[in-house]
Design a protein around this ligand. Sequence first.
Ligand code: ZN
Length: 104
Amino acid sequence: MASSKRQLSSGWQTTRTRIWHRDNGRCQGPYCQHRLFYSLPLNEAQIDHILERSKGGTDADGNLRTLCRRCHCLRASIAHQGMIAAALRDGLIPSDWRSLVWED
Ligand SMILES: [Zn+2]
C-alpha cells in the first residue's frame, strides 16, 4: 500500500475507521465482484480519494470511499500505478489487467 506521512497519523486512522463503517466494510468500486457480498476487514480495506489529492481532493468524508485492494489499484489513476507491480506479484490481478481498469 502506498504510504505517506499523512496516513500514519492517528487522525487518518480515525477517518479510515469512520469511512469503513459508513460503507459497511464493502468495496465501493462500481464493478467490484465483492461489492454486495463481502465485507472487507478494516485492515484490508483501503480508503480512496474520489477526487485525487493531486487534483485538489481533500480528506473530507464526502471525498473518501472504501475500496478493496484490487479495485484500488485498478482505478485509473496515475497515483495508483505503484500498486500495480505488487498486485501482479501477489497474483491479485491478471497480466491483462489493463482491460480491467475503471473510471468513475
Ligand atoms: Zn473491489
